[in-house]
Design a protein around this ligand. Structure first.
Ligand SMILES: Nc1ncnc2c1ncn2[C@@H]1O[C@H](COP(=O)(O)OP(=O)(O)OP(=O)(O)O)[C@@H](O)[C@H]1O
Ligand SMILES: [Mg+2]
Length: 426
């Protein structure tokens, strides 16, 4: 019989809500698309079709906890498994805040990845690490400094990177993955926007593919900073029932738990999450908490499932509570009324009408200070309360989050006044 990994379960309990899962499931179509596109980038580059490298940017969007960052991690793992002699693409992970804070560092890392096959590269880094000051991250994403070049300054622009490392010296295509893309600044003229425009247009002819991942307003943000046409946009949401069940079973096996006798409880437990990846993480943390109790001692037969589900709901509620912005809290009744009446087929104009129908002058019912109804709508998209579908309709992507927001606004005092006037469309 396999021994139950209690230490591993303790580590899982301590892991953060965004940590890489011990078992990954689903997302095969998205991963295949990105893998194929990355390999095509290399093929086009190597066969002299650099003109076709432009406008190949991918955007992955989803509400908070849909699994966007995890998808990028998994992509990194899979790219690692590609044989180096076929031009193994490398993933360079960053997020919008890091890119805006230190764009040159990102260019420097890109140079490092492109220059050498990364295994060789890590080896060099390890042998030279004692000579270099500054932080070197050997984490799951392969992002490293080149000790030699750090002695000779950093590329400040894409043009400089091209001078330092002309196209014929690129050893590998680079997938530049920018997470939390919804937070990118919206000026078209900023240095970061110009860099991204140049990469999107492939104006330097380098084999770099952009993958932008973020909340539902990420495609809009991309357009605002001048990335036009050629954006492949993919939304991700709940895992299917089978995937959620497979995840819980795989997770149990990963920690040495024998699932044979407990299929029904496990499936019921997985179904209670609605397949939302972050809820699955919380549910599994609650289950791990139960399993490490001394009277349970890693035995699924001793688990009190209802208690685990209650614990999972508590973690989820706390998360929902933290997800609310001060603006949402100040307009809690308005948000609740909006959530209650929201029909999935409503687009931005329909949602704006709904806001106007419900807004009042009283506290809790009015729009947050300084916000128009359109600002508030954007804010709700930015917080993952509303998420655009493929047909540009807006809905709340997580049913239990919607229920929570409705409950937050209850019991709402009956509005005494007429609606609080309308604001013009932007
Ligand atoms: N495909 C998957 N298989 C297994 N677990 C997953 C999967 N996707 C996500 N998870 C788990 O769900 C949780 C949320 O995932 P993640 O942090 O990637 O979401 P996110 O969309 O990046 O959220 P945020 O918008 O808050 O950054 C993590 O604990 C992760 O381990
Ligand atoms: Mg994330």
């Amino acid at each position: 019989m396999t021994e139950v990994d209690l230490d591993g379960l303790h580590a899982f309990i301590a892991s953060s809500e965004g940590s890489y899962p011990p078992v990954f499931v689903g997302r095969e179509p998205e991963l295949n698309t990105l893998m194929t596109a990355a390999r095509e980038t290399w093929h086009l580059f190597r066969t002299g079709q650099s003109g076709s490298l432009s406008k190949r940017t991918h955007i992955v969007h989803g509400a908070p906890g849909a699994g966007k960052s995890t998808l990028l991690w998994e992509l990194d793992q899979r790219l690692h498994a590609v044989a180096p002699e076929t031009g193994r693409p490398r993933l360079l992970y960053t997020n919008s805040a890091e890119l805006e804070m230190d764009m040159n560092m990102v260019l420097e890392r890109m140079e490092g990845l492109a220059r050498l096959d990364a295994d060789n590269w890590q080896q060099r880094l390890k042998t030279m690490a004692s000579r270099v000051s500054g932080s070197i991250n050997f984490g799951p994403f392969t992002t490293s400094l080149d000790p030699d070049d750090s002695l000779h300054g950093r590329p400040q622009t894409l043009g400089q990177l091209r001078e330092r490392l002309p196209p014929d010296r690129w050893q590998t295509p680079v997938v530049l993955a920018i997470d939390e893309f919804q937070n990118i600044g919206s000026s078209e003229q900023s240095p970061v926007s110009r860099l991204l425009q140049a990469l999107h247009e492939a104006s330097c002819g380098l084999p770099v593919m952009l993958v932008l991942s973020g909340l539902g307003n990420s495609p809009d943000q991309a357009r605002k900073i001048g990335l036009t046409r050629g954006l492949a946009v993919t939304g991700i949401g709940c895992l299917s029932e089978e995937e959620a069940r497979a995840l819980v079973r795989g997770w149990c096996r990963h920690y040495g738990l024998d699932t044979d006798e407990h299929g029904t409880e496990i499936d019921h437990f997985a179904d209670s999450t609605g397949g939302w990846p972050r809820h699955l993480h919380f549910a599994l943390q609650a289950l791990a908490g139960e399993l490490v109790r001394s009277d349970v001692d890693g035995q699924l037969s001793r688990v009190f499932w209802q208690g685990v589900m209650n614990g999972s709901m508590d973690l989820r509620r706390k998360y929902y509570y933290d997800q609310q912005s001060p603006e949402m809290q100040a307009s809690a009744y308005l948000v609740a009324a909006l959530m209650r009446d929201l029909q999935p087929e409503r687009g931005p104009i329909g949602v704006d009408r709904l806001i106007h129908r419900h807004r009042r002058k009283e506290s809790g019912w009015r729009l947050p200070d300084g916000m128009s109804s359109w600002d508030f709508q954007s804010h709700l998209i930015h917080r993952g309360v509303l998420h655009p579908g493929d047909d540009s309709s807006l809905s709340c992507p997580i049913p239990s989050f919607r229920d929570f927001l409705i409950a937050q606004g209850e019991p709402a005092p009956a509005p005494a006044q007429e609606p609080d006037g309308a604001s013009p469309q932007p």
